[in-house]
Design a protein around this ligand. Structure first.
Ligand SMILES: NC(=O)c1ccc[n+]([C@@H]2O[C@H](COP(=O)([O-])OP(=O)(O)OC[C@H]3O[C@@H](n4cnc5c(N)ncnc54)[C@H](OP(=O)(O)O)[C@@H]3O)[C@@H](O)[C@H]2O)c1
Length: 264
């Protein structure tokens, strides 16, 4: 299927690894120009080298910025210019008890997970509305609905992203701009791989067993009972970026393998 993304310009926050890198790869393979982002130029250069070797003719550049630092985001916005597709993907999480989560932890997670998308959307949405085409996607999480007790701050930011996404969609009424959110479940990004390795080392068992135990004991509600790949998430994101997805606006799409109970 041709996703009709040739020559569209996309910015993906947090795209030197994980889900962000996977979506960047699908978009460049579809002929879009992608602006990558991570905290350092070195990691961006690595990601550009990797994607250029995997996709011939990949149109890529990058803008480093740290979304925990508003001044760094300001400088990114000065360089960004107009984009047709914005993917608010950057996100951080820490597994910790509510009691141990300090104000500073809450504010940092809010800054990176929520204010990143707020600031980027505020910068690019007016241009999209003026040109009467655009796609904004928020990468939320199943945690917005499951709210695991060791991830209350993270889950709160992911629920806030749903409200920002829906609210912005309401400002697109009558235009061909859409704003949607996706809710991935446990996904094998680099961060998740590191988590599996650490637990495997600590518990002296294989990473496969750690993953199986996670679904047996923790994410028991998952219907697929496995981690999704970053590519599985990226494929749906790429479709939602496409002109073909024009009837989906203001939606929150579950990509969590059925872990969130209920039909909708
Ligand atoms: N993996 C999961 O299981 C899962 C599940 C549900 C939802 N999600 C959501 O999916 C999104 C992507 O997650 P992921 O697991 O793919 O992440 P990841 O593997 O941890 O990827 C991290 C990416 O974010 C960048 N990054 C981290 N902190 C940054 C900051 N302060 N400023 C700018 N860039 C920063 C990193 O760039 P540098 O290191 O180069 O700076 C890297 O490109 C997040 O919003 C996450 O909440 C993930």
């Amino acid at each position: 299927m041709d996703l009709q993304l040739k020559n569209k310009r996309a910015f993906v926050s947090g795209s030197t690894g994980g889900i962000g890198l996977a979506i960047a790869k699908v978009l460049v393979a579809e002929g879009a120009e992608v602006i990558l982002n991570g905290r350092t130029q070195a990691r961006i250069d690595q990601a550009i080298a990797r994607l250029s070797s995997e996709v011939s003719g990949a149109k890529l550049r990058g803008i480093p910025a740290d979304f925990a630092d508003p001044a760094s985001v300001e400088s990114l916005l000065d360089k960004l210019g107009s984009v047709d597709i914005l993917i608010n993907n950057v996100g951080i999480f820490t597994s910790q008890s509510f009691a141990d989560t300090s104000d500073a932890d809450w504010y940092q997670m809010f800054e990176v997970n929520v204010m990143s998308g707020v600031r980027l959307s505020r910068a690019v949405l007016p241009g999209m509305l003026k040109r009467n085409w655009g796609r904004i996607l928020f990468v939320s999480s199943e945690c917005a609905m499951l709210v695991p007790e060791d991830l209350i701050a993270y889950s709160t930011t992911k629920a806030a992203m749903l409200a920002v996404s829906r609210g912005l969609a309401q400002t697109t009424k009558g235009s061909a701009v859409t704003v949607n959110a996706v809710l991935p479940g446990s996904t094998l990004s680099e961060g998740a791989e590191r988590f599996l390795q650490t637990v495997a080392e600590n518990e002296q068992i294989s990473e496969k067993e750690v993953a199986e135990n996670f679904f047996k004991n923790v994410r028991t509600s998952s219907l697929i009972q496995r981690f999704t790949s970053t590519e599985e998430i990226a494929n749906t994101l790429a479709y939602l970026c496409s002109p073909l997805a024009s009837a989906t606006n203001g939606a929150a799409i579950k990509l969590e393998g059925g872990s969130v109970p209920g039909i909708l």
